[in-house]
Design a protein around this ligand. Structure first.
Ligand SMILES: NC(=O)c1ccc[n+]([C@@H]2O[C@H](COP(=O)([O-])OP(=O)(O)OC[C@H]3O[C@@H](n4cnc5c(N)ncnc54)[C@H](OP(=O)(O)O)[C@@H]3O)[C@@H](O)[C@H]2O)c1
Length: 339
């Protein structure tokens, strides 16, 4: 094919892929379901994850679902791993599988809502690694029953907001030492239904509603992820927040059994994890670090519904959330300086 014709053909294909992508995005259902994953992958450039030889990544929630799949994909790309989860048996089974393929893996069976255990994990990681190339925050659950952590924080907020905040705070010196590090937060499309409102973030036993609590915590994760980029970009730390669409995992089956009946419309777990892995590899560059939520390797808008937009600005919300996290983590009282 003559060069000019080939260029025109390639531009046309690229444009058609962009139009298809935008149409999927507009329909939401197609975008979040397996349809979006398959069509985007089939029509857009989808490079393999670059080599991660010599890079250490920590994955929370690696004992199941998206975290597990992300850890496996990162290991295949050559990364060394720290993997965490509550279920020690499933964690060790995964570690054994990766070790048999030559991966260096450390495990930590813990509940991320226990601050002391997170601090201990951060200490172990610091003692064993000179730098940390990435963190994937995948630990999470939608729970219909009200519960609180050992520190008395409502469990959804403790798991999705305070745990990533604390762990990342403790590991910030290691991320900086890596000079080029990535933080990936696995949020949820569920967050599109809620506006961020700090006064309604932590629900009480009286008003608890699992789906709302989850959506609010996931909305807060978006703000927190952007705060990390704002605060640490100059130190080479990039933070991305993504959502996996609707992915067939044990967690989805347990928390939303009716929704799980979508069956073949749900994404396969590798499709749900793909963007988290892509971002964790550092392949994405600077776009989508201080705004946007990623799906299928592209940053997408943060709002579908007008009433979910911030009252003042998302920057101000992010700063309020940060201070709240410091207070709720006890960092302000202990005089700990922001890393
Ligand atoms: N699947 C979807 O369609 C979907 C959609 C949107 C967002 N997400 C998000 O994707 C992430 C992964 O979910 P998944 O669907 O893969 O669910 P999953 O199969 O249940 O995996 C969840 C992981 O998080 C861990 N975890 C949960 N609470 C924890 C805690 N308090 N302490 C330590 N580890 C904890 C679990 O550990 P154990 O199993 O060892 O307890 C497990 O490894 C979550 O953040 C979820 O909100 C999923």
């Amino acid at each position: 094919m003559p060069r000019a014709l080939s260029r025109t053909w390639s531009r046309g294909r690229h444009l058609a892929a962009r139009v298809l992508d935008a149409s999927l995005e507009a329909t939401i259902v197609a975008s979040f379901s397996r349809v979006g994953a398959v069509l985007r992958r089939g029509t857009q450039d989808w490079p393999v994850v670059p080599s991660m030889e010599g890079r250490t990544v920590l994955v929370t929630g690696a004992s199941s679902g998206i975290g597990r799949e992300s850890a496996l994909a990162l290991a295949r790309a050559g990364a060394d791993l720290w993997i965490t989860g509550r279920d020690e048996g499933r964690l060790e089974e995964l570690a054994g599988r990766m070790r048999s393929q030559g991966t260096t893996v450390h495990t930590a069976a813990l509940d991320v809502t226990d601050g002391a255990l997170l601090d201990d994990l951060a200490r172990r990681v610091s003692e064993n690694s000179a730098g940390l190339f990435g963190i994937v925050h995948s630990a999470g659950a939608l729970t219909h029953e009200y519960a609180t952590s050992a520190q008395g924080v409502e469990m959804t907020v403790a798991t999705h907001v305070l745990a990533p905040f604390r762990l990342t705070w403790r590991l910030a010196p290691l991320l900086r030492a890596a000079r080029q590090a990535t933080i990936v937060t696995v949020a949820s499309g569920g967050m599109y239904t809620e506006r961020f409102d700090l006064s309604r973030l932590e629900m009480t036993a009286g008003d608890y509603h699992g789906v709302k609590a989850y959506a609010r915590a996931k909305r807060a994760q978006v703000l927190l992820a952007h705060e990390w980029s704002r605060r640490w970009a100059r130190d080479g730390v990039r933070s991305y927040v993504m959502h996996p669409g609707w992915t067939d995992t044990p967690g989805l089956a347990a928390s939303l059994p009716t929704f799980h009946r979508l069956g073949p419309l749900l994404r396969r777990v590798d499709e749900g994890a793909d963007t988290a892995v892509w971002l964790a590899s550092g392949a994405a560059g600077e776009a989508g670090t201080t705004t946007g939520i990623w799906l299928d390797r592209r940053p997408r808008g943060e709002y579908y519904l007008p009433w979910t937009r911030p009252r003042c600005s998302s920057r101000a919300d992010g700063e309020d959330l940060w201070r709240w996290c410091e207070r709720r983590s006890g960092f302000d009282a202990s005089g700990a300086r922001t890393p």
